[in-house]
Design a protein around this ligand. Structure first.
Ligand code: 5AD
Ligand code: SF4
Length: 328
């Protein structure tokens, strides 16, 4: 299948991540620069109808999976309306969201009912005080209530994103595994990635091989065969309901099979998480541009996508948006 979303290296893009806001009610150290970011003024953020229009266009071009991200998607007031509208797009097969979980106690059931198929919650510690140290907010109880609500609403398996940071939370790897014994969750251990001012240092990275070895000392890991573009290496654990996955962004990057594009909250298409070049779709839409024009810009961004991101040593020096302004 060749098409507008096939790049110079033969990669077909079928997965679009849409950031609906750059705001968040947490301040995770690994995501937000300490001095904060300048929130994008509301008029520069895509409106609901603009998001719906672009989502339809992308699906008509070959996108089959959409994930809503932020900042924190649930701090945007009309996120549930966006979910309801996007769920109706014909041709969309998987519809996901990544959230910090704070709003889920209230919204999980409605999100499920409106047609969201897959949910991921970020949770880097099972200890209230440590959660507060990492996120700068004392919201651990809310997130745990949110996780309960999401499981009760039928999001199964519920994905849990854990960014593993040496000497910050790496002593909780086995606690997370034990926590998942009776839960329909996929525990996704993520290698810590560098972004501007996010406290990253080579010493803070705990490589996948080591995370896996620590779990293997106590449990037998059996691989689950997934689709080729899945970024996680997924395993079952004997005696456990939970699965564990490893996201090896740093030590074994998956650029070669990358099928993702990103749409930022301010309407830029980003072809690679680490590639600063962007094309602005918002201004073209607001100037009355046609779908053909937009499709041309999208195709150009796909053609400009690099083969791979630079090596780790160089990544720290790459000009980029903060993670919170990209949406993961
Ligand atoms: N390294 C790895 N993962 C990160 N995330 C945010 N910042 C980083 C980083 N520096 C992940 C979080 C969140 C998702 C949106 O992005 O796990 O779940
Ligand atoms: Fe918010 Fe997620 Fe960034 Fe934490 S990682 S500050 S929850 S967007």
């Amino acid at each position: 299948m060749m098409g507008a979303l096939t790049d110079r290296f033969g990669r077909h893009h079928t997965y679009l991540r849409i950031s609906v806001t750059d705001r968040c009610n947490l301040r995770c150290t690994y995501c937000m620069p300490e001095h904060g970011i300048d929130w994008t003024p509301p008029q520069q953020i895509l409106q609901t109808d603009e998001i719906i229009r672009l989502a339809r266009l992308f699906v008509s071009m070959g996108i089959r999976k959409i994930r809503l991200t932020g900042g924190e998607p649930l701090v945007r007031r009309d996120t549930v309306d966006i979910v309801a509208a996007l769920a109706k797009i014909e041709g969309l097969e998987t519809f996901a969201m990544t959230t910090n979980g704070i709003g889920l106690a209230e919204e999980a059931a409605r999100l499920h009912e409106k047609g969201l198929t897959t949910l991921t919650v970020s949770l880097d510690s099972l200890r209230r005080e440590r959660f507060q140290a990492i996120t700068k907010r004392d919201r651990f109880p809310d997130v745990m209530k949110g996780i309960e609500a999401a499981l009760a609403a039928g999001f199964a398996p519920l994905k849990i994103n854990i960014v593993v940071m040496k000497d910050v939370n790496d002593d909780e790897i086995l606690d997370f595994v034990a926590w998942g014994r009776n839960k329909l969750v996929d525990l996704r251990f993520i290698e810590y990635m560098p972004f501007p001012d996010n406290h990253w240092s080579p010493g803070g990275l705990l490589p996948y091989a080591e995370i896996r070895a620590r779990i293997s000392e106590h449990y037998q890991l059996l691989p689950v065969v997934g689709d080729a573009s899945a970024v996680g290496k997924e395993f079952t654990l004997a005696g456990h309901i939970a699965h564990v996955s490893f996201i090896t962004s740093m030590t074994e990057s998956f650029c070669g099979t990358c099928n993702r594009l990103r749409l930022t909250a301010d309407g830029n298409i980003k072809s690679c998480l680490f590639h600063p070049a962007e094309k602005n779709l918002r201004d073209v839409m607001r100037a009355g541009g046609s779908n053909d024009e937009l499709a041309g810009l999208i195709a150009a961004a796909v053609q400009a996508k690099p083969a791979a991101h630079p090596p780790v040593e160089e990544l720290i020096h790459v000009e980029n948006r903060a993670m919170i302004a990209i949406g993961g």
